[in-house]
Design a protein around this ligand. Structure first.
Ligand SMILES: C[S@@+](CC[C@H](N)C(=O)[O-])C[C@H]1O[C@@H](n2cnc3c(N)ncnc32)[C@H](O)[C@@H]1O
Length: 316
């Protein structure tokens, strides 16, 4: 039978394409959003070389070693889970080296990688990145104005995290949406002055209570942080991968801005939380965009920023 090629909608290019060789069954897959319950080293091996545009990685910081902190005026353990325990300096370094190497293989030559950390892990990640030949573009300080106080009163209160942004290839031209960063509307950050270049110190609070509506990941990143990262370093249709996806903050933001997403995590409970967040976001996006043509398109990211702020109020 002859197919009516004129009226047949061209299938949207989907991240699923690069997932064809993956043997592991996805834990969840919906259009351009896929989640895997796996060790990221295992999963990354199965993805094609040079296939991913941007990786955001929030690996274990290896700081769950019996310490205490303060939360909402109460003393709480800093232990996040077994996945966050240090296995000793050498083993921790090998872990970071190996996942960064696996990410390097799947990144496109002009692809970039973000890695977050504190002093417990970020220097090891930085050393590994440089040993592997990544080209470092920036180290961003994420200042948290609402950080927990220091209990011992014997040193400064830790109130920032570092994000290293690096390109796979020294010579390739990476994506940086300079104008959007400079001229966009960033009301969450008192350090960002209107129409001036975006600097490498960002001030943003930890996730708002409403971002934890479906439960809380112990090291959940704020939507505002991922919004800036995704919009700065990717374009619509790009493939974004998070090898330590947790509650999939990266995926939620990627999806709202029409990027494809692949998230990987060892723990089922975090993937369940990710799905709840994703489904809620889909519901809101559908209400706001009843027809697919009404979806925000390329070139309208200034509008989308305002849009996600409205959306966030309702969702988070
Ligand atoms: C720091 S958290 C990420 C939190 C996430 N950015 C969010 O906003 O919810 C790190 C996550 O990595 C997962 N993890 C640890 N080792 C892993 C591995 N080898 N492969 C895949 N996931 C791993 C943990 O279960 C944890 O959820």
């Amino acid at each position: 039978m002859k197919r009516d090629t004129k009226t047949k909608k061209k299938p949207m290019e989907t991240s699923v394409k690069i997932l064809t060789g993956v043997q592991e069954k996805p834990y969840y897959i919906q259009n351009d959003f896929a989640l895997y319950q796996a060790d990221c080293l295992n999963l990354l091996k199965q993805l094609p070389e040079n296939s991913v545009d941007m990786i955001f990685a929030d690996p274990p910081y290896n700081l769950s070693n019996g310490g205490f902190s303060v939360h909402a005026g109460r003393m709480v353990s800093v232990n996040k889970g077994d996945w966050d325990k240090s296995k000793g300096f050498e083993d921790d370094y090998d872990f970071h080296f190996n996942w960064l190497k696996a990410c390097q293989r799947v990144l496109k030559p002009n692809g970039t990688l973000w890695v977050s950390g504190t002093y417990h892990s970020i220097y090891q990640c930085g050393h590994a990145l440089q040993s592997l030949g990544y080209h470092i573009l920036n180290d961003v300080s994420w200042f948290k104005p609402n950080a927990s106080p220091n209990l011992s009163c014997r040193f400064f209160t830790a109130s920032h995290e570092t994000l290293i942004w690096a390109r796979k290839d020294k010579k390739a031209k990476h994506t940086f949406n300079y104008d959007l960063m400079k001229n966009g509307n960033w009301p969450e950050d008192p350090l960002k002055k209107p129409n001036l270049q975006m600097r490498s110190v960002w001030s943003m609070g930890t996730p708002k209570p409403a971002e934890k509506k479906f439960g809380k990941h112990p090291t959940q990143k704020p939507i505002d942080l991922l919004k800036r990262i995704v919009l700065a370093s990717t374009n619509e249709g790009d493939v974004v991968l998070d090898p330590f996806t947790g509650s999939s903050t990266t995926g939620i933001v990627a999806s709202v801005f029409n990027r494809k997403f692949i998230g990987i995590d060892l723990e089922e409970k975090y993937l369940k939380l990710s799905i709840k967040r994703k489904q809620e976001m889909d519901k809101i996006m559908d209400i706001k965009n009843p027809s697919p043509t009404a979806k925000p398109r390329l070139g309208s990211e200034f509008k989308i920023i305002n849009k996600i702020q409205i959306t966030q109020k309702e969702l988070f």
